[in-house]
Write a protein that binds this ligand. Structure first.
Ligand code: AP5
Ligand code: MG
Ligand code: ZN
Length: 211
């Protein structure tokens, strides 16, 4: 199963990706996570990506497409994968068409008024990448899954979130139409219900379609 996860920043792509990849045994590939790992390791790509991520802008297409193209050749991607945060514009979508054949696009729609609170309240585990919202943590500062330290992403502040949202609306949202025309889109809506509720809907749809 080769899937794309599409949705605005904060729609819950990362949250659902963990559950989907566990359930279907496919590898979760997040370009945002790859850039953050590069930054942590001080690589050239990490430093380049940082300047764009801090402003909420897209890292240049050539760099991003090369990374994904290479990542899909790794052995763990042979059984299928879940792309989270790629493609993010038409150029990347057309590039992906040249090196992959996608079975489905899980598109998470969300009322954008919910996003600022979700993102500015997000805390992420440094070890396993799990996302939490401060309102659910009850003061905890470590990850419930692995005990890792929780931190706040540098781009989760009101100014950068505004810029990420406008990039999404201008460059990424048109991909909904692109994949609808290809007949592979699967539409969902994230509400204020807990993530497990949305995951149940996604699971039912994927089971029906691919099992
Ligand atoms: P990336 O890391 O992909 O960030 P993003 O797309 O902005 O999305 P997020 O990770 O912020 O949100 P999410 O949808 O994963 O939400 P989450 O599940 O965490 O990209 C970062 C940057 O990298 C980009 O700005 C760009 O610079 C660069 N980049 C990445 N890919 C690129 C590409 N292809 N090309 C060029 N540049 C690229 O959930 C958010 C919060 O909500 C959490 O606190 C969570 O606990 C909470 N939550 C989730 N679901 C629910 C729910 N149902 N109810 C209540 N709370 C919920
Ligand atoms: Mg994410
Ligand atoms: Zn953890």
């Amino acid at each position: 199963m080769k899937l794309i996860l599409l949705g605005a920043p904060g729609a819950g792509k990362g949250t659902q990706a963990t559950k989907i990849s566990e359930r279907y045994g496919i590898v979760h590939i997040s370009t945002g996570d790859i850039f953050r790992a590069n930054l942590k390791n001080g690589t050239r790509i990490g430093l380049l990506a940082k300047s764009y991520m801090d402003r909420g802008e897209l890292v240049p297409d050539e760099v991003t497409c090369d990374i994904v193209k290479d990542r899909l050749t790794w052995e763990d991607a042979a059984k299928g994968y879940l792309l989270d945060g790629f493609p993010r514009n038409l150029f990347q979508a057309e590039a992906l068409d040249t090196f992959a054949e996608i079975d489905g696009v899980v598109n998470i729609n969300i009322d954008q008024s919910l996003l600022l609170d979700r993102l500015c309240g997000r805390r992420v585990c440094r070890e396993c990448g799990e996302s939490y919202h401060v309102s659910m943590l009850g003061g905890a500062t470590v990850c419930a899954r692995c005990g890792g330290e929780l931190y706040q992403r540098k781009d989760d502040n009101p100014e950068t979130v505004a810029s990420r949202l406008s990039v999404y609306n201008e460059q990424t949202a048109p991909l909904i139409d692109y994949y609808t025309k290809k007949g592979v889109i699967l539409n969902f809506t994230s509400t204020e219900a807990p993530p497990e509720v949305l995951f149940e809907e996604i699971r039912e749809t994927l089971d029906r379609r691919f099992r």
